[in-house]
Design a protein around this ligand. Sequence first.
Ligand SMILES: CC(C)(COP(=O)(O)OP(=O)(O)OC[C@H]1O[C@@H](n2cnc3c(N)ncnc32)[C@H](O)[C@@H]1OP(=O)(O)O)[C@@H](O)C(=O)NCCC(=O)NCCS
Length: 232
Amino acid sequence: MPGPMPEVWKVDVAVEVGRFDAHLARLTADEAARAARFHRDEDRERFVVGRSTRRLLLARRLGVDAGTLAFVEGRHGKPALRPGAHPRLPHFNSSHSGRWVLHVVADVEVGVDVERVRPDFARIDDFLWVLSPEERRLVLSAPEPCRAAALATVWVRKEAYVKALGEGLSRSLPDIGIVSGSHGEPALAYDRSPGGTGRRWRFADLEIDDLHKACVVHEGAARRIVVREFAH
Ligand SMILES: CC(C)(COP(=O)(O)OP(=O)(O)OC[C@H]1O[C@@H](n2cnc3c(N)ncnc32)[C@H](O)[C@@H]1OP(=O)(O)O)[C@@H](O)C(=O)NCCC(=O)NCCS
């Protein structure tokens, strides 16, 4: 019996920055020090709102006070809740781009990525090195005005997958082939690394807005994904 469905939380940084001090107060001393080192206000705001809302959402899910949560990082930096304090810890992952922070919370391993469709994505040759042959074909078959969006779509699927694995960009990206499945949904065709074999991954493209592409990847049986707007 599958557990609760993966929840994706969409946080609008432009709104939450109105509560900046309250968000900052929720960070650890280390996180606050890291926030202070950002040169650009928008990067600092995204980081502070991201860490604070992640803490709030996980605390809500566990029914505990946000201040009681402690985090650890995997070998390539993937954050997780520190084991021990609660019997069944949720998995989660986060991504930010532009005004959006996305958090996904699930009872299985997950990864999420959101990316603004940058105009330079249309210069497809600069990005071909990250794509598998199948993904190149998919991007190059898009009509030219849609190429940047097609590349962003392929990119967020791939990055969400390597984030689900916890390996991030330490992975050789062309060794991973993500194609369209039988119903048009993205699916993992192959992963030539031993880390990716023997596990079943499900992909879901997410609707964010006209300027961004996003994807969530989770392990195990297919589930319906719910996308919720973060609110206090
Ligand atoms: C994880 C990674 C793909 C993020 O890329 P990005 O597009 O810049 O950032 P995103 O906004 O999508 O995601 C950032 C979030 O991912 C999470 N994250 C960090 N490392 C992660 C990893 N290895 N796997 C999954 N999630 C990770 C963090 O929550 C981070 O946000 P936070 O610092 O505010 O908490 C990238 O930083 C990476 O590959 N890191 C691993 C380190 C590494 O091996 N680097 C090799 C560089 S060539």
